[in-house]
Design a protein around this ligand. Structure first.
Ligand code: FAD
Length: 555
């Protein structure tokens, strides 16, 4: 690019504000104009549900920066309530409309950065325009939700969509003392997750008296006496005071499309690994762009704050000719649902299956810290890896404590191209209040490496549909067995096995399971050395519970 004097940035929040601040740090002389359609810049959109729920009591805390603070610190020309309505690529100018006055003017640029974000999807169902049917993207939306939720007659809120924002809103409304119903079209919450790993979140909603209606969609919103009726496609009606639509977001690519910039198949603005669009003078970042999925290599729209911030920073580097490339998005994310935390990185099993990518999976259930130290809580962790070389392809974890820490380790491992064998060797911080000498991440490595080295063969719950002549062998204690087992299983506790071998057929495969997978592994090692055909259920009876709870036995 020639000498950059004028940088124009569209969108003043995550990606846009990052690009602007970085650009100033790289050049004291550039004229940097930041256009923001709304009245606020650089606000904490991720914090909005927590203000609604009451965790963040002071609204001002959500305003990370103001136009004045950006001017003072970075000498940025911040223009709020100013919408960029068109790009004249030939003249290298944008057309700006002031929202309060209606005045329009043109602003020239040498480099243009688009960070317009993504807009909540609003399906065209009757009544969706009712003022009590709301979405959440910015502070104004938050104020509208708060005003509606605090209405005198409002007792119940309906959240349509059980993705990250929908789940956070369910907790937020509960925090305001409202009855909450979550409506989800799919048979599970959190569609990015695999169903069995999302199941504990469904249980958590139930524990907190949030009603979850799966496999149904909102068909219409109908004004009613003292409220609003949400009509569902199973014919039922939900009377409420307000409804929040949280069914996903779509890239705000209209400006780019009308300017003739290329879009990708996901509808996001197409960029290269230098965040540059099909016009070399225009860069684009954040939720509006299409990225490449790190694991599957497929085009993807992954609306997360981390990628948006890093892309914004990179865009400024690119403008000033610095090296650096965007190295794809792996979708590392975390969400709190009451007392449970779910986190994931990389591809889910569903995504790998869709992409036709071979994979193996294991589950481990370990405590977040030494089980003898008070307060230890279980973490369920699923690891997906390449069957050929053990490379990590994805991970999901759910539990009450320590989930985020494990996922961040696995996110780094995935990004670094590590294998399950490397996880065995990781040296992680440990003292009893924090972890275990064998951290859950090490444990996942051990279990997966055992499978790949052939130390143990595993069986999968999907195989229950084809029992053949296999014998299900429950190696837990009789009291555990009595509380529930997989139908048809024979119970021989692991410690009794050597004395009861005569009960086990050598001509049939033994499908062994225990509570979490460890005793089953011990049993399988013993039995296979004694000449039995034996496979263990990774994750044990606990994962069977998740799997059945998620309805996977019926699919
Ligand atoms: P935004 O931050 O949305 O900024 C885009 C801005 O551009 C908007 O303010 C918009 O008004 C402005 N704009 C658009 N078009 C124009 C135009 N033509 N002219 C001028 N201005 C324009 N991500 C996480 O990783 N973790 C979380 O916990 C998390 N929680 C979230 C909770 C909520 C309620 C929401 C809404 C999002 C959450 N996200 C979270 C997603 C995260 O906020 C986004 O990924 C991130 O903000 C994207 O940054 P962006 O710059 O692309 O878009």
């Amino acid at each position: 690019m020639p000498e950059i004097k004028r940088i124009v940035i569209v969108g003043g929040v995550a990606g846009g504000a990052s690009a602007a601040a970085r650009a100033r740090r790289l050049s004291e002389t550039a004229h940097i104009v930041l256009f923001e359609r709304g009245p606020h810049v650089s606000f904490a959109n991720c914090g909005l549900p927590y203000h609604i729920g009451g965790d963040i009591s002071d609204r001002r805390k959500l305003l990370v920066q103001t136009p004045e603070s950006l001017r003072a610190r970075f000498n940025l020309d911040v223009r709020v309530n100013s919408e960029v309505v068109a790009i004249d690529r030939a003249a290298k100018e944008v057309l700006v409309r002031e929202r309060l006055t209606g005045r329009e003017y043109r602003e020239p640029y040498d480099a243009l950065v688009l960070s317009p974000g993504a807009e909540p999807v609003r399906p065209p169902v009757p009544g969706a325009g009712d003022p009590r049917v709301l979405t959440l993207r910015n502070l104004e939306d938050m104020e509208a939700i708060l005003a509606a939720a605090d209405g005198a007659s409002v007792e119940r809120a309906v959240v349509v969509g059980a993705g990250y924002i929908g789940l956070e809103m369910a907790e937020a409304f509960d925090g305001r003392g409202l009855e909450v119903v979550v409506v989800e079209r799919l048979p599970q919450v959190l569609s990015v997750a695999d169903p069995e790993m999302a199941f504990p979140l469904q249980e958590e909603l139930a524990r907190n008296h949030v009603e979850l209606r799966l496999n149904v969609s909102a068909k219409a919103f109908v004004p009613a006496e003292n409220g609003l009726d949400v009509l569902l496609d199973d014919g039922s009606l939900l009377r409420c005071g307000l409804a929040v639509m949280a069914i996903g977001v779509r890239p705000e690519a209209k400006l780019a499309r009308e300017a003739g910039l290329e879009l990708g198949p996901t509808g996001g603005i197409r960029v290269d690994d230098r965040m540059t669009t099909s016009d070399p003078a225009i860069l684009a970042v954040g939720d509006a762009v299409e990225v490449r999925d790190l694991v599957t290599g497929s085009p993807a729209a992954i609306p997360l704050a981390g990628p948006a911030n890093r892309q914004g920073r990179l865009a400024a580097d690119v403008i000033f000719g610095r090296p650096g490339r965007y190295k794809d998005t792996q979708g590392t994310s975390v969400v709190r649902v009451f007392d449970q935390t779910f986190a994931m990185t990389g591809a889910s099993e569903k995504a790998l299956a869709r992409a036709g990518r071979p994979f193996r999976k294991i589950y481990v259930h370990t405590a977040d810290h030494a089980s003898y130290y008070p307060g230890a809580k279980p973490i369920a962790l699923k690891l997906l890896f390449d069957p050929a070389d053990g490379r990590i392809l994805g991970a999901q974890a759910v539990g009450q404590a320590g989930v985020d820490k494990r996922m961040d380790v696995l996110a780094v491992a995935l990004r670094a191209g590590l294998t399950v064998f490397d996880l065995e060797d990781l040296e992680l911080s440990y003292a009893p209040p924090y972890g275990s000498a064998k951290d859950p991440v090490n444990m996942a490595g051990f279990v997966a490496a055992n499978v790949l080295r052939g130390d143990v063969s595993d069986w999968e719950l999907e195989e229950l549909a084809n029992p053949g002549d296999a014998l299900l062998l429950d190696v837990r204690m009789p009291e555990e067995f009595a509380q529930g087992t997989i139908p048809g299983a024979l119970n021989v506790p692991v410690d009794d096995l050597r004395g009861r071998l005569s009960e086990l057929p050598k001509d049939r495969e033994l499908r062994v399971f225990c509570q979490v997978g460890l005793r089953g592994y011990v049993a399988c090692r013993m039995l296979s050395q004694l000449g039995y055909r034996c496979r263990n259920l990774s994750g044990g009876y606990r994962i069977y519970g998740f799997w059945k709870g998620a309805g996977l036995d019926r699919r």
